[in-house]
Design a protein around this ligand. Sequence first.
Ligand code: ZN
Ligand code: FE
Length: 255
Amino acid sequence: MTLEIEQFACRDDNFCVLIHDTESGQTASIDAPQEKPIADTLSKRGWTLSHILTTHWHGDHVEANEALKARGNVEIVGPAAEAEKIPGIDRTVKGGDRFKFAGHTVDVIATPGHTLGEVSYYLPDDGLVFAGDTLFAIGCGRIFEGDAAMMWKSLSRLMDLPPETIVYCGHEYTLANARFALTVDPDNAALAGRAKQIEAMRQRGEATLPTTIALELATNPFLRAADPSLRARLQMKTASDADVFAEIRRRKDNF
Ligand code: ZN
Ligand code: FE
């Protein structure tokens, strides 16, 4: 029950991620941002797409649904709350649901905030989570449909995963995220070191993802609302974690 993973860039700054179970031969695409790079990678690897796991309804995550479905026998799974906005959806899921992909347990985590129905897919036995546009490396998704308290709760669910969990996200926003993070958390040595690494990786044209929960807990200001030095910087020593998070999100929106 080995999973092989292919992550590749598509559109302007999206990631496509394919997971392939070597035993069953089944392959899932996490979201479907763009047909051609997904089809090209499938044929390069000799894989046949069997599933699409949709995190949320935005066009840059579902655009290739119908086209990929037209190529073969593909089951599209996505959040029930957004079913009417997800082209070709076959099966709906909600937070707390558990299903199998090619024998691998998949736990559906409700992570609303960026959109109201957004979900993350956690594979506990493989130590992987697909966080869509909820959690990014050194960042988090913009709050389009929910509010800050909702997004904080969603991020807190991801923060509770085992620290070694590998995190795949919907976008390569890490460089801009790091530049912002240094403005709110300048005393964080782990962040400063990671920011340098990221500059170098992007100069070499490398992807900065996947990341891990542990690395995000140490360097992502959106997950560090409880940190005393960050709170002191924001002059919010006695505020709730959700309010500190909300302030960091507000600053990023205006950065
Ligand atoms: Zn989105
Ligand atoms: Fe997106």
